[in-house]
Design a protein around this ligand. Structure first.
Ligand code: C5P
Length: 225
């Protein structure tokens, strides 16, 4: 068990495609602590709702679904947590454009967010974490020792996502991708519960024009352990 002084939580919030998750994973690796991908949790519940062909606008049903769902993580050799949905490894299944474009329903549902927040806090209770998402510094880990807001120019975010998808053999229409990204930004910034915003005590790190490791270097310079 870690002492409170050793217990380190670092939050990375920011818009989609700003490189948060790769940066967070690399940062956690350099510090030798666990990486928690909270977006994966919203994606996993969305995947389940889509598979069940649920009415995604029914917030009560989505909250009930979340209550009856077990989202857990398996610790991997590299220190990250691999997501499981009711015991199934869904790491790949949650990355489809269909899931990405429908997470918004689950993410705006207050009852779902309450459960997600509690699960995330429980995960950070007795382990040090680098956690990335939208509300990690503002809601979930308000007392985190370090909070970062990772930003990036929208056009660069679009280009990065385009290359990522092309690299795994999933080319998409660039204009469509740009429209989807702007739409997701708009929804993340404006939802009434857990919207994306910079915590007052967060440090902004602009990753525009930087590589992943360049961004991690920038953050490492700001962390004093
Ligand atoms: O980070 P990622 O793109 O995987 O997140 C998927 C979706 O989950 C986001 O569009 C956002 O709406 C939602 N999300 C959230 N709160 C978090 C993490 C992700 O609402 N802490």
């Amino acid at each position: 068990m870690l002492t409170p002084a050793e217990h380190l939580v670092i939050t990375l919030d920011g818009p989609a495609g700003a490189g948060k998750s790769t940066v967070a994973k690399s940062l956690a690796g350099r510090l030798g602590i666990t990486y928690l991908d909270t977006g994966a949790m919203y994606r996993a519940l969305t995947l389940k709702a889509l598979r069940l062909k649920m009415d995604l606008s029914d917030e009560e049903a989505l909250t009930a679904l979340a209550r009856n769902t077990k989202i857990t993580f398996k610790e991997t050799a590299d220190g990250s947590l691999d997501i499981t949905l009711d015991g199934e490894d869904v790491a790949k299944a949650i990355r489809t454009p269909e899931v990405t474009n429908n997470t918004f329903y689950v993410a705006k549902t207050a009852g779902v967010r309450t459960l997600m927040v509690a699960w995330q806090r429980a995960l950070g209770e007795n382990r040090s974490l680098v956690t990335d998402g939208r509300d990690q510094g503002t809601v979930v880990f308000k007392d985190a020792r370090y909070k970062f807001y990772v930003d990036c120019d929208v056009e660069e975010r679009v280009q990065r996502r385009y290359k990522e998808l092309a690299a795994v053999g999933k080319p998409v229409d660039l204009d469509q991708l740009r429209a989807d990204m702007k739409d997701r930004d708009q929804k993340d910034f404006t939802r009434s519960v857990g919207p994306l915003k910079k915590a007052k005590d967060a440090i902004t790190v602009d990753s525009t024009g930087l590589t992943v490791e360049g961004t991690v270097d920038k953050i490492m310079k700001l962390i004093h352990l």
